[in-house]
Design a protein around this ligand. Structure first.
Ligand code: 5RP
Length: 220
């Protein structure tokens, strides 16, 4: 079994009958959602709240009933992947461009479980370029302000056309030489007019499910 499937399916053990579950985005949580679909078929009663249109489509395909924010009081548990996880369980997310909805749902959840194959574990964040979601208006100027924080931002594009998030925004992938104070950087980026949100998730993960070198599951 591949690493993403192992950690993705392990997270399902934390989902209990009656829960509202935040469903992350990406190829790791794909396995969580697929497995949850099977359990729903067998009688598990949950409601999902998706972090992206891609996940909404997948959840519908596998038969997980979905809810919107106006229908619920709380999210019991959110499960999502990450692009990097440091020793303090701070994260870089947004490789799939869903960081804003992912952060809204992780913040609203009573518990946030991160599933990460071993390649995602790092001592310090920053080898993976930090995704920053910005509104299209004035993005050239927003880019300069982001650059002033010490990185080289690249507008995410497909065949020369700017990538659009589910919210109609652009993404800058920002390479910082190193991110030594993720909490500071997270706040400073969000102070820039035009920045909607950034992919630093600081102090948000309650649990990280990963594998060690021997491929044993580690849960912290
Ligand atoms: C999407 C994300 C994903 O969780 C992150 O990119 C990890 O993806 P994958 O599980 O495919 O490696 O933040 O916005």
């Amino acid at each position: 079994m591949n690493d993403k499937k192992v950690v993705g399916e392990k997270a399902v053990e934390y989902v209990k009958d009656g829960m509202v579950v935040g469903l992350g985005t990406g190829s790791t949580v794909f396995h969580t959602i697929s497995k949850l679909g099977k359990l729903v078929e067998e009688g598990l009663s949950i409601k999902g709240i998706p972090t992206s249109k891609q996940t909404e489509k997948l959840a519908k395909e596998v038969g997980i009933p979905l809810v919107m924010f106006n229908e619920i009081e709380q999210i019991d548990l959110a499960i999502d992947g990450a692009d990097e996880v440091d020793d303090d369980f701070n994260l870089i997310k947004g490789g799939g461009g869903a960081l804003l909805r992912e952060k809204i749902i992780a913040k609203a959840a009573k518990s946030f479980i991160v599933i990460a194959d071993p390649h995602k574990r790092v001592n310090k964040l920053g080898a993976f370029p930090l995704p920053v979601e910005v509104v299209p208006f004035g993005f050239e100027m927003t880019m300069k302000h982001i650059q002033d924080l010490g990185c080289s931002p690249h507008l995410r594009q497909n065949n020369g056309i700017p990538f659009l998030t589910d919210n109609g925004n652009y993404i800058f992938d920002c390479h910082f030489p190193k991110i030594s104070q993720p909490g500071e950087l997270e706040k400073n980026l969000n102070l820039i007019p035009g920045v909607v949100e950034n992919g630093l998730f600081v102090g948000m993960a309650d649990k990280v499910i990963t594998l060690n070198r021997e491929k044993t599951i580690i849960i912290n």
